[in-house]
Design a protein. Structure first.
Lengths: 333, 332
């Protein structure tokens, strides 16, 4: 299975960039469809949170980041992980509870981290990763690394104290961090109408003295452009930016969700705003990729995901014998 | 060497200064630790010696402070967080318990969190229920955290340097009544480390084994001096770290004394001392006991305000003397 090297730059900059952006979104979608299927067939346990419909955000953001730029992610984090460059086989293996999974079966879907790609980890606590990204940015500032830290979180996290404290600290210290709110309309079942008295969640930036920008989160090019501007600001030492990407999750919050809080019409309406279809339309119109080339990206993505699943299935189940030795990092002599 | 009888504040400050000099990745962050010098004066002049970047004043945001330290620790730094009163760790609990403690384990070992969280703990200052608690037991119950309770200036300096070296999150509980008291032992000027997870036998005696932590170590020592006059000789063991917990010296001592007394300031119910008792009675050591185990702990009440109430709520020297006499007299 070949993993394409990370490619930076505008998703519409070239045929190569357009292919890469499409492939990334398709890999996220097909990965999540595959694990949902495994889940439905009883081959995966626990729970998982799917980001189908939200693929433009991780794909567009990560095209504005270097490999050594860091991210913190959320419970709905498969897309961030994949877009930052994670190995699909090790992700599936983790979800299957295998020893060769990213976390050796100790974390599952909500705790995948990948040091090599600057991914400080998904997080099971809403808002938990936001202060951690601020700390990564402080480390960058103190050590003059020239890197940025990005914290992905949902609309729900913006009402956590962690967001408030982290945003303020980052603002007063002018840290190179970007706060990315993927506003998918719901914190589990609570709509943003119930949870906020704001039209644009990015208006919260004003309260911290930092810019807040809202863009169409299903437009991978718009996501890239907003992130790229925030990265430039961060690297210039001007401090953090709050970005709001308006999007929608097609699937329920998690496996227990019966979608009682929203209508089928609303879900169908958002499916017409599919970020992948939207991007295909744009790149065809611009003559960057034709139908065949588009189909090829999806075929590649499918091949990679199937390869990852088949390979992961062969892994050894995680062994309880190693548990106690995994709690602390050994003190070196 | 001339006498170096430091207070615990001074010893802790020396340890931090050594770490700041030795390692560029060490920095301190917390509320009022800069120009103010810390609510209890522990950071003192470090701000002037090492600058505002490395001795970093923060807004009043305990969750944000600890979370920022976690992120920095994951990214090559070695932060020391000062939480003004250990009670305020409640504000930061998610980052301590759900993040710092678990990241190394949950992600399969690829990340680790070299973080020290220093907090002023304990009662005796008339600050009442939200500024006087002994919360070490909370943290000892969370796999992934090490919990240190220094009992003297000498111990504090060596343990803090070891805690800063440790690649894991360490909760360092400093009893605030010890801050301003000069120790009885000289504190070496340079660096020395006391490994985490090794109990100390503070004194030896044939009649009774006492396990005590933090400030209770000095109270037990004061009690022991009185009891010596009565012909009751006690062994005192200071675990230093309640997680990990080194029980071997306790087992060894019980072979000689046959009597166990455990002392802590924290409330009795669910407290750390119960773990010591459980380990003894579920081990071979049980066979050496010739008396019921004696337990002396804080009352199961919030720390009260009025001085006589506050003293009554936690073990004092006289309480220790009385209890020790009972154990030895009733079980000859």
């Amino acid at each position: 299975m070949t993993i394409p090297p990370l490619l930076m730059g505008h998703p519409l900059a070239s045929k190569e960039h357009a292919s890469y952006a499409l492939l990334t979104m398709s890999r996220i979608r097909k990965f999540e469809e595959a694990v949902e299927d495994l889940f439905g067939r009883g081959m995966m346990h626990g729970t998982m949170h799917l980001s189908i419909g939200q693929e433009a955000s991780p794909a567009g953001v990560c095209m504005a980041l270097n490999l050594n730029d860091q991210i913190t992610s959320t419970h709905r984090g498969h897309g961030h992980c994949i877009a930052k460059g994670a190995n699909l086989m090790r992700m599936v293996a983790e979800l299957l509870g295998k020893e060769n999974g990213y976390c050796g079966g100790r974390g599952g879907s909500m705790h995948i981290a990948d040091v090599e790609t600057g991914n400080l980890g998904a997080n099971g606590i809403v808002g938990g990763g936001i202060p951690i990204a601020v700390g990564a940015a402080l480390s960058s500032q103190l050590m003059n690394k020239g890197t940025v830290a990005v914290s992905f979180f949902g609309d729900g996290a913006m009402n956590e104290g962690a967001f408030h404290e982290a945003a303020n600290l980052a603002a007063v210290w002018k840290l190179p961090v970007i706060f990315i709110c993927e506003n998918n309309g719901y914190g589990m079942s609570s709509s943003t109408e119930l949870a906020f008295k704001l039209d644009k969640l990015s208006d919260r930036g004003l309260g911290y003295g930092i810019p807040g920008v809202t863009v169409d989160g299903n437009d991978v090019a718009a996501v890239y452009e907003a992130t790229e501007a925030a990265v430039a600001r961060a690297k210039a030492g001007e401090g953090p930016t709050l970005l709001e990407f308006v999007t929608y999750r097609w699937k329920g919050h998690s496996r227990s969700d019966k979608n009682l809080y929203r209508t089928k019409e609303e879900i169908d309406e958002w499916k017409t705003k599919d970020p992948i279809l939207h991007f295909e339309h744009v790149i065809k119109e611009r003559g960057l990729l034709n139908d065949e080339e588009i189909a090829e990206q999806h075929r590649l993505a499918q091949e990679q995901v199937i390869g990852a699943v088949n390979e992961a299935m062969k892994g050894k189940p995680a062994d309880p014998a190693g548990l106690l030795d995994s709690v602390f990092k050994k003190v070196s002599a | 060497m001339s006498d170096r009888k430091l207070t615990m504040s001074e010893a802790l400050r020396e340890a931090m200064a050594i770490a700041l000099e030795e390692r560029p990745e060490v920095f301190i962050l917390g509320e009022d630790i800069g120009i103010y010098g810390g609510a209890f004066g522990v950071t003192g002049d470090l701000y002037h010696r090492f600058g505002k970047e490395r001795v970093r004043d923060t807004p009043i945001s305990e969750l944000g402070i600890v979370g920022t330290a976690v992120g920095a620790a994951l990214s090559g730094m070695r932060p020391i967080v000062e939480i003004q009163f250990s009670d305020f760790t409640a504000q930061a609990m998610d980052q301590i318990v759900n993040q710092a403690a678990k990241i190394h384990f949950m992600v399969g070992g690829g990340l680790h969190v070299p973080l020290v969280l220093r907090a002023a703990s304990g009662s005796g200052t008339g600050a009442a229920g939200q500024h006087s608690q002994s919360l070490e037991g909370w943290f000892a119950n969370v796999p992934g955290l090490k919990v240190v309770m220094p009992s003297s200036p000498y111990e504090a300096k060596g343990l803090l340097l070891a805690a800063i070296d440790d690649p894991n999150p360490v909760i360092f509980m400093e009893h605030k009544l010890l801050y301003k008291v000069a120790g009885t032992e000289d504190v070496p000027e340079g660096a020395y480390r006391i490994p985490l997870g090794v109990s100390r036998v503070v004194r030896e005696g044939k009649d009774l084994t006492v396990v005590a932590t933090g400030i209770m170590v000095s109270r037990v020592l004061a009690a022991a001096a009185e009891l010596d006059k009565e012909g009751i000789a006690l062994t005192l063991i200071d675990p230093r770290t309640i997680s990990p917990l080194d029980m071997d010296p306790v087992y060894e001592s019980l072979e000689k004394t046959g009597r166990l007394m455990v002392v802590q300031e924290a409330p009795e119910h669910g407290g750390f001392i119960n773990e010591v008792i459980a380990k003894v009675v579920t081990s071979q050591s049980m066979g050496h006991l010739i008396a019921p185990v004696a337990r002396l702990a804080g009352m199961n009440v919030p720390i009260p305000y009025a001085p006589q109430l506050e003293k009554a709520a936690v073990p004092q020297v006289d309480d220790i003397i009385k209890k020790a006499r009972e154990v030895v007299a009733n079980w000859r």
